[in-house]
Design a protein around this ligand. Structure first.
Ligand code: NAD
Length: 303
């Protein structure tokens, strides 16, 4: 059997086109577009390239995008004051602080200073609580889990009553996606198990999964024989396993592998995401979706 390939690169294009149309509608109705600010402290190369892609994608869909770069030695008080400024700015509907922050800044304090109604990353404790309650309470599902759920839905995979096994219990992927899949509602209603480093029978749990979501950060952790025939496999892992020369640019690029042995797994699974080009492209896409939703809420409420 050869699995259906769930390509994040294709789903991203569909969603970005949908967002672009909705931005035009919002502009027509309110004479304003969604506004997103990205605060970057210092010049960490990985953060710079991630933020650059965010800015380019936000501009592509017609957002107002502010790229606010701050020096590495900015004081915590100045950073908090900056966040306060954007909290009060009516043209900004989403605030994102790129992590990691320098050591002299208390990351928790900074993230908790973002207005929960502009917290498009969904990491503020208020939004984590809202996600736990589910339903109408949810304002900003965190971007990578939201992307995973969107891929499962758009691939036409049945989630209601499905056995979902999530490998990994991080606050940014494992715990929130497990929480989202167990909720009442479309794209959810699943029976969820979370497995982690202390789980006794990882293989036995994975073998039961109709939907297997793997976010461990261990290349090739999930063996093909752990996959139930016909299962949907979502591989969140992005692991650098070496370097190669790009045929396109002639430059050195990282060789990326997922947490699942893709070549063998695709012969057993019913549907599977590749790495790269699977979950990866969905994160920024869902960030923009969250910002659009925030703009809609703020503008319809007249704030
Ligand atoms: P993390 O290190 O915070 O958490 C990993 C989790 O996996 C932990 O809860 C741990 O208990 C579990 N785990 C690790 N090794 C295990 C093992 N041998 N057996 C069972 N469980 C094990 O990582 P994270 O931030 O959740 O990220 C996980 C992976 O997903 C990484 O490769 C990361 O790069 C990738 N990621 C991708 C995206 C994206 O594509 N947009 C976003 C976030 C994370």
């Amino acid at each position: 059997m050869t699995a259906k390939l769930i390509k994040g690169t294709d789903i991203r294009e569909e969603i970005l086109d949908e967002i672009t149309k909705e931005v035009a509608e919002i502009k027509e109705k309110y004479n304003q577009v969604p506004g997103l600010v990205t605060i970057l402290v210092g010049e960490n190369p990985a953060s710079v390239s991630y933020v650059t892609l965010k800015v380019k994608t936000a501009e592509r869909v017609g957002f107002k995008e502010i790229q606010d770069n701050q020096p590495e030695d900015i004081s915590e008080a100045d950073l908090l004051a900056l966040i306060d400024k954007y909290n009060k700015d009516d043209s900004i509907h989403g605030i994102l602080v790129q992590l990691p922050l320098p050591k002299h800044v208390d990351e928790k304090k900074v993230l908790n200073a973002i207005d929960p109604d502009k917290d498009v990353d969904g990491f503020h404790p208020v939004n984590v609580g809202r996600l736990m309650i589910g339903g109408d309470e949810v304002k900003f599902p965190p971007c990578t889990p939201a992307g995973i759920q969107e891929m499962i839905v758009r691939a036409g995979v049945e989630t209601s009553g499905a056995e979902v096994v999530v490998v990994g219990r991080s606050n940014i992927v494992g715990k929130p996606i497990a929480n989202m899949m167990v909720q009442k509602g479309p794209g959810a209603n699943s029976t969820v198990t979370i497995v982690h480093t202390r789980t006794k029978d990882l293989e036995g749990h994975c073998k039961r999964a109709d939907i297997l979501i793997v976010a461990a950060g261990v290349p090739g952790l999930v063996k093909p024989e752990w996959i139930k025939p016909g299962a949907c496999v979502i591989d969140v892992g992005v692991n650098r396993v070496g370097e190669k020369i790009s045929e396109k640019t002639g430059r050195k690029v990282a060789i990326l592998r997922g947490d699942v042995d893709f070549d063998a797994a695709k012969e057993i699974a019913g549907a599977i995401t590749p790495v790269p080009g699977g979950v990866g492209p969905m994160t920024i896409t869902m960030l923009l979706f969250n910002t659009l939703e925030s703009a809609r809420r703020h503008l319809s409420a007249g704030v």
